[in-house]
Design a protein around this ligand. Structure first.
Ligand SMILES: Nc1nc2c(c(=O)[nH]1)N[C@H]1C(S)=C(S)[C@@H](COP(=O)(O)O)O[C@H]1N2
Ligand SMILES: [Mo]
Length: 252
């Protein structure tokens, strides 16, 4: 039995449960929910999990609801010579590695990703900085890629290594197996029916629709199944988690 802190109880008692029941689609914008998300209190992760169905789907939208403008954020171009070469050749020689705790490591081209069964979804991206945008994303389900690689049962997390440095440190992210096998978690190579642009993470980026924007790793070079996040980056599971203590679980 876990001990629930008074602060957490007060937050949920006041409005939290109501928000969840109302199915409010702007949870991350609600001050109370934000406090729960970013209090840095480990108990809150347990609370979120207890109160939300991790397999529930994020809302999907109609084509006419798509944002006419979808801003870019964080790295807008990795800017290395190597990445520039890939841009020049339209990523023809780019390969995404799938490794770690798998029986069959994979090396996948954009064409390979496009040849797998595809999922397309129109969803809303919510950035922790307070902006949102609705866009269409397409690619194979991460779960199918992991199955193709023969992911082992010892794997507890999936780590995404990106091609960019942000403020001089490698951008990376990680999610657990529940999110990795969530049906809306895809490795997107197309956005709004076009190949992903450099600004939005070409040639492939993660879409993990039940979580905030910073979890959606762009420029994914490697996907690794791991048993622990220890020793990766500074150990907190992602760039922003390491840098300024954003919560590793950024569920919305
Ligand atoms: N590799 C990488 N991925 C990243 C970032 C980044 O700086 N580098 N920024 C994150 C943040 S904070 C957000 S809100 C989204 C922005 O995605 P967009 O540029 O397609 O809008 O990407 C996320 N993924
Ligand atoms: Mo963000």
């Amino acid at each position: 039995m876990t001990i629930v802190t008074r602060r957490a109880l007060v937050g949920f008692g006041a409005t939290g449960a109501g928000l969840l029941l109302s199915g409010c689609d702007k949870l991350a914008e609600q001050p109370t929910f934000r406090k729960i998300l970013f209090s840095g209190d480990k108990i809150n992760m347990g609370l979120q999990r207890a109160l939300s169905n991790r397999n529930a789907l994020a809302p999907e939208f109609r084509a006419d609801q798509m944002s006419p403008f979808f801003r870019t954020n964080g790295t807008r171009d990795p800017g290395t010579a190597e990445y520039g070469e890939h841009v020049a050749t339209r990523f023809a020689n780019w390969r995404m590695q799938v490794g770690g705790l798998v029986d069959r490591p994979l090396s996948l081209s954009v064409r390979d990703l496009g040849a797998m069964p595809q999922r397309a979804q129109i969803t809303r991206h919510d950035c922790v900085e307070g902006w949102s945008a609705i866009g269409k994303w397409q690619g194979p389900m991460l779960g199918n890629v992991l199955k193709a690689a023969g992911v082992r049962s010892a794997a507890r997390f999936v780590v995404f290594t990106c091609a960019d440095l942000y403020n001089g440190a490698p951008y990376y992210e990680s999610i657990d197996m529940i999110d990795a096998f969530h049906s809306q978690t895809i490795l997107a190579w197309a956005m709004n029916d076009q190949r992903l642009s450099v600004g939005h993470g070409a040639p492939v980026r993660l879409r993990v629709e039940r979580q905030l924007g910073y979890k959606h790793a762009k420029y994914v070079m490697r996907v690794d199944a791991v048993a622990s996040l220890d020793g990766i980056g500074r150990g907190q599971g992602g760039y922003w988690e390491d840098a300024i203590g954003y919560d590793w679980y950024a569920g919305i």
